[in-house]
Design a protein around this ligand. Structure first.
Ligand SMILES: CC(C)(COP(=O)(O)OP(=O)(O)OC[C@H]1O[C@@H](n2cnc3c(N)ncnc32)[C@H](O)[C@@H]1OP(=O)(O)O)[C@@H](O)C(=O)NCCC(=O)NCCS
Length: 256
């Protein structure tokens, strides 16, 4: 799965809508790059609130990426809703999770990191997605001892040294994806839950270890990203599959 730029210039809601099944979670990898020439148009697609949030960011790089992320999110969602990107009403829950107030059956979630983003789209089920960049300089065993559960630590330490960063991030993004699907955002402490991988390691679950949820398994799919990135998607329920999608100039290609 590669990260691709979404063209923010072609603002045409009459493009054919992207079909999505009830058991399908469609995931898009996005490159958050806009040229100086594209920036004013990208900013013009945003809501007043989105522009104001971008303006509050101190770094020019963060501002550009924030504008790119929200413009590209609107471009993509417009293709599901058949509405112009600018007209889409995107609101937030009290916990901050964005949603489409006029198209309640189209659910989505966004994650961005170091100039890349993932957008997950679902129909009639809540969805969460998270993306992290591998940072080899971080002592992941120390972080796992401090924040994660003993089972996660054992999972990380069982890996070869070169695998440990990816395993640490799998434990991290699985939590973020599940909690973002639930709309709560990361829920601390993190040491009550643990991650289990199944099959070839692309599927797994977050086993919840607290209160009434004790022992409940929440399915997670790890995404086949470029080397150096770890991402996961989670959704409400169990009977769903994740599909990786590609943005084309004239067509939308889908593959697994
Ligand atoms: C909000 C939160 C989910 C963002 O996660 P992150 O890894 O920093 O950033 P990501 O790029 O993955 O996700 C950010 C996007 O998630 C979405 N989002 C925000 N709040 C959300 C929520 N409650 N549920 C689902 N999605 C949410 C937004 O689209 C946001 O992007 P935007 O602000 O540009 O619109 C995360 O910060 C969090 O869990 N916060 C609550 C817990 C916390 O901060 N505790 C700190 C005390 S130690």
């Amino acid at each position: 799965m590669t990260f691709q730029q979404i063209d923010c210039e072609t603002d045409d809601a009459s493009n054919s809508p992207i079909p999505i099944g009830l058991d399908d979670i469609q995931v898009w990898g996005i490159l958050l790059e806009v040229t100086d020439a594209e920036l004013p148009h990208a900013a013009s697609i945003l809501s007043h609130e989105e522009r104001a949030r971008a303006e509050r960011l101190i770094s020019e790089g963060y501002r550009r990426r924030s504008i790119a992320a929200h413009a590209m999110l609107r471009m993509l969602l417009s293709r599901y809703c058949g509405e112009s990107p600018k007209q889409l009403a995107i609101r937030r829950t009290l916990d901050g999770k964005p949603f489409l107030s006029d198209y309640p059956s189209i659910r989505f979630n966004l994650t961005h990191s170091h100039g890349r983003a993932l957008i997950a789209v679902a129909q009639d089920r809540e969805v969460g997605v998270d993306l992290e960049k591998v940072r080899p300089e971080v002592d992941v065993v120390r972080l796992a001892k401090r924040f994660l559960s003993e089972r996660d630590l054992a999972f990380i330490e069982r890996g070869e040294p070169a695998q440990r960063h990816e395993r640490f991030l799998q434990a991290w993004v699985a939590r973020e994806a599940v909690f973002k699907a639930d709309g709560t955002g990361m829920t601390f402490p993190l040491n009550r839950d643990y991650v289990e991988l199944t099959g070839d390691g692309t599927d797994g679950c977050l086993v919840l270890g607290h209160g009434a949820c004790d022992g409940r398994k929440r399915p997670v799919r790890f995404l086949p990203l470029e080397s150096g990135w770890v991402g996961a998607v989670a959704a409400e329920g169990t009977n769903w599959r994740a599909t990786v999608c590609n943005w084309g100039v004239s067509q939308v290609k889908r593959g697994t």
